[in-house]
Design a protein around this ligand. Structure first.
Ligand code: SF4
Ligand SMILES: [Zn+2]
Length: 121
């Protein structure tokens, strides 16, 4: 597979350390780590080669990095997408979480309650 797409990667000139996945290690600055990863994900959201990057990630099974809008853990597990907005879930309990943020969780609850009211009416 040609690697020419890398020339157009939005992350090409960024600090590689920006693309490490959060470790959630005791004593580490978890909030700063999560903020950094969310910023990296914003880069991916506007990257013109995200499809090629994703194909490369699927083929190479990256670990402990952010790639193509997903966060890959140390065991190669890719993050799940938020059920409300579709963004990658970047929280310590992301294996269980269904939403990427409190605001998405609240919005999903509001939408579900509204749907319930409409159905009951
Ligand atoms: S999708 Fe993200 S990780 Fe992939 S090349 Fe673009 S900015 Fe880099
Ligand atoms: Zn969300």
């Amino acid at each position: 597979m040609s690697q020419e797409w890398r020339l157009h990667a939005v992350c090409r000139t960024t600090d590689p350390a920006m693309w490490d996945s959060p470790t959630y290690a005791p004593g580490s600055d978890i909030q700063a780590d999560v903020a950094r990863v969310r910023l990296a994900l914003r880069f991916c959201a506007v990257c013109p080669v995200v499809a090629a990057c994703n194909a490369d990630a699927v083929a190479t099974s990256p670990v402990s990095v952010v790639r193509a809008g997903r966060v890959y853990d140390a065991d190669g597990q890719a993050s799940r997408d938020c059920e409300h907005c579709g963004a990658a879930i970047v929280t310590r309990n992301r294996a269980m979480a269904r939403h990427c943020s409190k605001s998405c969780r609240n919005a999903a609850r509001y939408r579900a309650a509204r749907q319930e009211r409409l159905t009951a009416a």
